[in-house]
Structures are given as structure tokens and as C-alpha cells.
Design a protein around this ligand. Structure first.
Ligand code: UDP
Length: 375
């Protein structure tokens, strides 16, 4: 392949990489090379047809949700949508409780009936006063108190991150709202939808363009010296690897999946059952609840978090963020001096949702257009 012939080189074919390729090829007429280490596009959104015929999310459940209509409109050129049936329950002492905590959760947990007002008073009595929560433990204690923290957050967080919630930023456990209504959907965003034919189809359709070349099974970092002539490079992989770990390795969390096929249409009442205190896995996921497939069989996956393997999540602790700020500074220098841009969850060490990562990619397209279109 003639590597000198491209305007834009993109490392990583996840949502960010695919959007950058699609936008710059279609809008700006750039010739793009998208390089991906794995054997498929779509990053961790990748889904596939299992031997049973069921569509499965390869790297854990991906709930597409956003408040940004512009993103929905943009993606709608490449997919139809089905409603996102995102409902989660937690198993505690052999009973299931709606998550995030809502009025029904509180009634079941405290074994009483409640109104929004009486639930507020109940939690006021449960809460532990903390002025400005400095970590996830303080955040949860200050919102719901010790009993609910110990039932639904502590064990799950220990398993998920391998460290105590005291070490994690408040925003980690703060991802879950706490509700005084009976709303039982997992997230709050205005649009909660799922691409009808799955994420992989959506991203494959985006990449179907004569100016886009996709190179799978290829590690960008091993061939990066070949790309001196492009207008710009966008790197979406882990930032510490880009800089050869010169400031030490950042902590990442990964997941292993155990797939179990069953000869029945459904195994559980909703897409995820979380296990704060039972099992070594954090949650049992039956994605069929959101793909909407009709099928006589089902497949569930158990998620086992660990610290090796492909990075899925940045571990948001103060020391990791200080280390990341050193890498970010190197990244900024690389951008100014070599037109290498860093975008997405792994390259910016941020716990981004899909729509946030997509918005960052769309914003970066504008920057590239302004700075490099006439290079
Ligand atoms: N969390 C928890 N109990 C749960 C679900 C979530 O304590 O049953 C905490 C945990 O620390 C988790 C964080 O909230 O990592 C964010 O949860 P979310 O479901 O958003 O995680 P993701 O789906 O991104 O893995």
C-alpha cells in the first residue's frame, strides 16, 4: 500500500475513528486511512451474530442515549432506530430492586410505602452530611446513606474497579441518578434508542465511501513512522501507549465475558441484573431485551472485570488523573508540532458515553477543517 497518498490517518476504528473518516471524506473530500488493531470496526460497540442467530454486544451492553438531536439526526443517515429498552435491576438478598434507586427501590428496601416527599425525608435521615464529596464513597453516602451504599454500590464498585470507592472520583458512582419518582429506565437522556441492525452495521455503512480505506489487524503504533506526509493524524488509542509509557502506565479496567446459551426465550426480566454482593461477576446481561429479536433461545453474558487485556475504562483516581495530565501536555505538544490529534475515551482518559465521544469527533472535524483543509 502507498501510505503517502492519504490526507488523514486515523488510528482506531471505534465510533470516533469512523465518524472522523466519514465526515472528512464526505464533507471535505479527504482521502482517509483508518487503521484498526482488531479484526473488526465499531470498537467496543461492536456487535455480531452469534452461532445461535442472536445479535450480541461483543464488549458489554452499549446503551445509546443522548440529549443531542443533532447526533441522532446525523446517525439517522446510516441507521433506523428501535426504542432503547434500558432497564436494570440489582440482586440483593435474593430479591430484585430497580436501579438506579427510585421510589420503588426505596419502598422495597425499607419495606414501607412512600410518596416522593416521604422518600425525601427518609433519605434526609439516612444521608451522611458531606459538604463537597471528594470521592465516590462520600458522594453516595451524602446522597443515600450507609445502608443503600453498602447494598447497591460498595460491592459492585469494588468488583468493577478493583479499588475502594473512596479512591474513585465522585463522578464514577455519580453516573447513576437517584430518583424520587417511579421512572425505572437506567438513564435520563431524552433519546434512548438502539440502531435497528446493530452498531457494526451502522459504522460499516458510514465507512462505505471511495475515499475511505480500512486496514484491519494492524497496529498503528508499529507503523507510525510511515505517515509523514498526511495533513493530520488522529489517534484514538490509549495515550500512555502512544508515548511509550514514558510517564509510567495509566490504570485501565478491562472485562472478560462468559457467554451462556439457553434453550428458552428469556432468562431474566431485563437487560442487566447487577450483583453487588453475589458472584465474582458484576452483572448478567441479556442483550436480547434491547435488540428486540424474537428467538426461541437466549444468550446471557457474565462480566468479569480485571486489570489486564484491552483497556475499556479509565480508572478515575487522583493519581491517575495527575499522570494523565502529563500525557495530555505531551499530546498538546504533538498536536502543535506534528498535527497529531487525540480523541475519544482512551486517548483522553475520560469515561465518555458514546454520544460524548461522537460529539468530540464531530468537534475535532471542525478543527481539522479550519486548520488543515488548505494544507
Ligand atoms: N455502580 C454501582 N452499582 C451498580 C451499578 C453501578 O455501584 O449496580 C457504580 C459502579 O462504580 C460503576 C458506576 O456506578 O462503575 C457506573 O455504572 P455504569 O452502569 O454507568 O457503568 P458502565 O455501564 O459504564 O460499566
Amino acid at each position: 500500500m502507498d501510505y503517502h497518498n492519504f490526507d488523514l490517518i486515523i488510528a482506531g476504528a471505534g465510533p470516533v475513528g469512523c465518524i472522523l473518516a466519514e465526515r472528512t471524506a464526505r464533507e471535505m473530500g479527504w482521502k482517509c486511512l483508518l487503521i484498526e488493531k482488531r479484526s473488526h470496526v465499531a470498537g467496543n460497540c461492536h456487535d455480531f451474530i452469534h452461532e445461535s442467530g442472536l445479535l450480541l454486544h461483543h464488549y458489554g451492553p452499549h446503551f445509546f442515549r443522548t440529549d443531542r438531536k443533532s447526533i441522532v439526526d446525523y446517525l439517522s443517515s446510516y441507521t433506523e432506530w428501535i426504542p432503547g429498552n434500558y432497564r436494570v435491576q440489582a440482586s440483593y438478598r435474593e430479591e430484585l430492586f430497580p436501579l438506579p434507586i427510585n421510589l420503588t427501590t426505596l419502598e422495597k428496601f425499607f419495606r414501607c410505602s412512600l410518596t416522593p416527599d416521604s422518600a425525601q425525608s427518609l433519605l434526609r435521615a439516612e444521608r451522611i452530611e458531606v459538604n463537597e464529596p471528594k470521592n465516590s464513597e462520600e458522594y453516595v453516602l451524602s446522597r443515600v446513606g450507609k445502608k443503600l451504599y453498602e447494598a447497591f454500590y460498595l460491592g459492585y464498585t469494588l468488583k468493577q474497579w478493583g479499588i475502594h470507592p473512596r479512591e474513585l472520583l465522585p463522578s464514577v458512582c455519580g453516573r447513576l441518578p437517584i430518583r424520587f419518582t417511579r421512572e425505572d429506565r437506567y438513564v435520563d437522556e431524552l433519546y434512548q434508542i438502539m440502531p435497528k441492525d446493530g452498531y457494526t452495521r451502522l459504522f460499516e455503512r458510514m465507512l462505505r465511501h471511495p475515499l475511505i480505506t480500512v486496514l484491519l489487524n494492524t497496529d498503528f503504533l508499529k507503523i507510525r513512522h510511515l505517515f509523514k506526509t498526511a495533513k493530520a493524524i488522529v489517534y484514538t488509542g490509549p495515550i500512555d501507549a502512544y508515548f511509550d509509557f514514558c510517564h509510567g502506565a495509566l490504570s485501565w479496567r478491562s472485562l472478560d465475558f462468559e457467554w451462556v446459551e439457553m434453550n428458552k426465550p428469556f432468562q431474566q426480566p431485563c437487560v442487566s441484573i447487577n450483583y453487588p454482593s453475589e458472584h465474582d461477576y458484576t452483572r448478567s446481561v441479556e442483550i436480547k431485551h434491547v435488540t428486540g429479536q424474537k428467538h426461541a433461545r437466549t444468550v446471557i453474558s457474565h462480566e468479569y472485570p480485571h486489570s489486564g487485556g484491552d483497556p475499556f475504562y479509565p480508572v478515575l483516581t487522583e493519581p491517575n488523573l495527575s499522570r494523565y495530565s502529563l500525557y495530555r501536555r505531551l499530546g498538546e505538544k504533538e498536536t502543535t508540532e506534528k498535527a497529531v490529534y487525540f480523541c475519544g475515551r482512551l486517548a483522553t482518559y475520560s469515561y465518555l458515553n458514546m454520544d460524548e465521544a461522537m460529539q468530540n469527533a464531530l468537534d475535532l472535524c471542525q478543527v481539522l477543517k479550519k486548520r488543515h483543509h488548505h494544507d
